[in-house]
Design a protein around this ligand. Structure first.
Ligand SMILES: [Zn+2]
Length: 207
């Protein structure tokens, strides 16, 4: 895929995510793999409500800008996941109320386990509700190298459930998820935002 096509896809995705209220202020970032050596990603600090194709920049697999524009501050987390799994074609990161609150409700816990939900089938690689998906929760830090190291370690050592790594939370910060392409990543995002909201409601009803 070339940069201009990826930019159009990312702009459409950004506006869809904005309409759901999942990327307030200038938060959130989205990327698409262009080939083995390059990705397209949203630029740093731009409003996702008014995102335009010029706000999408090209970087190498170390996160270094290849052209105009400054890539998202969280580019390292994108290139780390692309490097860990060659089947990942797109990554989305949101700061919704649900994904922020659940990480804080589970203070001290290192993961959230999702099982028994029909909507789990929207997650890539899942074909039945009778499945188990684990989203690790990493502690928030502005040290992105430390977060990338935590992701690499978890990728190898964590039991991610039946479908393998499909996303993670950063506590009090947001959610990362991905797919083979942007449509599939958005599907996973919608599913996780719904399921994390369900987890909050379940906990609220127990109080
Ligand atoms: Zn973020």
């Amino acid at each position: 895929m070339d940069l201009s096509e990826a930019a159009l896809q990312i702009v459409a995705a950004s506006h869809a995510i904005e309409a759901r209220g999942w990327a307030p202020a200038t938060s959130g970032n989205y990327s698409v793999r262009l080939d083995e050596t390059r990705i397209a990603i949203t630029a740093s600090g731009c409003s996702k409500a008014t995102l335009s194709p010029e706000d999408v920049v090209e970087v190498d697999m170390l996160g270094r800008a290849l052209g105009e524009g400054r890539p998202s501050a969280e580019t390292l987390l994108h290139v780390t996941a692309y490097g860990l799994d060659a089947s990942i074609g797109a990554i989305v990161h949101t700061h919704s109320v649900a994904n922020t609150v659940l990480g804080r409700l589970l203070e001290g816990e290192r993961y959230v386990e999702l099982s028994g939900y029909e909507l789990l089938k929207a997650v890539p690689g899942v074909t039945t509700h009778s499945t188990r998906i684990v989203l690790p929760i990493f502690e928030n830090t502005q040290n992105l190298s430390a977060l990338a190291a935590a992701l690499r370690a978890a990728w190898i050592s964590l039991d991610w459930g039946d479908a393998g790594p499909s996303g993670y939370l950063i506590r009090g910060h947001g959610l990362y998820t991905w797919g083979a392409d942007l449509a599939s990543a958005l599907n996973a995002l919608e599913a996780f935002e719904f399921l994390l909201t369900c987890e909050i409601e379940i906990r609220r009803s127990r109080v």
